[in-house]
Design a protein around this ligand. Sequence first.
Ligand SMILES: Nc1ncnc2c1ncn2[C@@H]1O[C@H](COP(=O)(O)OP(=O)(O)OP(=O)(O)O)[C@@H](O)[C@H]1O
Ligand SMILES: [Mg+2]
Length: 238
Amino acid sequence: MEPLLSLRDVRAGYGETQVLDGVSLDVHEGETVALIGRNGVGKTTTLRSILGAITPTAGTITYDGEDITELDPVKTVKLGVGLVPEERRVFPGLSVEENLRLGSYGGSDTENRRSVEEVLDTFENLSRRRESRGVDLSGGEQQMLSVGRALVAGADLLMLDEPTEGLAPLIVDRVAELIEEINDEGITVLLVEQNVSVTLELADRVYILDKGQVVYEGTPAELDEDESVLDRYLGVSV
Ligand SMILES: Nc1ncnc2c1ncn2[C@@H]1O[C@H](COP(=O)(O)OP(=O)(O)OP(=O)(O)O)[C@@H](O)[C@H]1O
Ligand SMILES: [Mg+2]
């Protein structure tokens, strides 16, 4: 089967600075694929290239059989690619419900779109706080709101950039469960993470990025058997 998303030898960067030095990876429909690596190796840049926020200088990106290498973010989102960015971007002065409703402007043409009410039904903790303003939410609640808004915008492929960063351990578990639920409902997930245990728990396959290149690809079970890999590229042992 053709991969849903495919990157081939993608090079990209900022001005004169090349960050991605020929990244190739595949994400199949229904998978949860994790992209991990140290700070500054190009994980966010990879997601930005897929979304079209930056245009690769070489290589190709295909989504659902279509070449999206040069597509801008509005068009990429319309095809059903969603991004929950690192900075979350919750609007502080708007309520939970208003923040969610923003997801319904623009967005995608996919059938995977959720209504604000459907998202509130899934995220009970947000439902309880539907009138609260963004500024009054905890980090975990903001993260869930940001994920919820992407679901309202509609995504067949949801890309999450370090969704558990800075969250308390209990909340990390809740966010991990949520990602699992979303994937179970048929949404393909591309997950950038620094939290190795969350990665190994959620991912079907893992890519490790180092200095703008994929240096390892394997299943969590394969990674478990070869602990030196994590040590070498992430400086962690599990
Ligand atoms: N807007 C930008 N302009 C110039 N350089 C940038 C920009 N954004 C990122 N970079 C540089 O590109 C490199 C890769 O950054 P990127 O954000 O992709 O890394 P990352 O793997 O997501 O790291 P982190 O784990 O810290 O989020 C870094 O050296 C970074 O300083
Ligand atoms: Mg990043």
